[in-house]
Design a protein around this ligand. Structure first.
Ligand code: DGP
Length: 129
């Protein structure tokens, strides 16, 4: 499924295990194509992860290979979570990390939804900061 250059999808990654119900999560919302749950190590008062149910590693991988219905279903749930968590119109941030330089820990494509306070700078000013 991965576009060239990516390692193969790892079915043992933690989000795959959450999707299979092998590991519990604090579920926020679910649709046919995506699951939203609270981050185990929240960085803001609201910190929700939204993951597609398919086996995708990165944003490029997901958007190149997933069906239009999967892509629409995923982003619709992201928006629904922001609204349901009371972040819209207040404000919030969406973020996706990819690969080593992007600081991705879990190799299953996901979007972080942060909110509930002023979030400050977009990216730390210093490398690794
Ligand atoms: P990233 O660096 O974008 O790959 O972030 C992965 C996030 O996943 C990180 O903020 C911590 C979170 N996380 C890791 N393991 C678990 C887990 O078992 N459950 C939950 N809910 N979140 C997890």
């Amino acid at each position: 499924m991965s576009v060239s250059g990516l390692p193969p999808y790892d079915d043992a990654n933690i989000f795959a295990r959450i999707l299979r119900g092998e590991i519990p999560c604090k579920k926020v919302a679910e649709s046919e194509h995506a699951l939203a749950f609270r981050d185990i190590n929240p960085q803001a008062p609201v910190h929700v992860l939204v993951v597609p149910k398919g086996r995708w590693v990165s944003a490029a991988d997901f958007h190149a290979g997933a069906s239009d219905a999967e892509i629409a279903g995923f982003w619709r749930l992201v928006g629904q979570v922001a609204k349901a968590e009371g972040l819209e119109p207040r404000g919030y941030r969406l973020l996706t990390n990819m690969g080593e330089e992007g600081g991705q820990e879990v190799p299953h494509f996901h979007v972080h939804v942060f909110g509930g306070r002023r979030l400050g700078r977009m990216v730390p000013a210093t490398p690794g900061g």
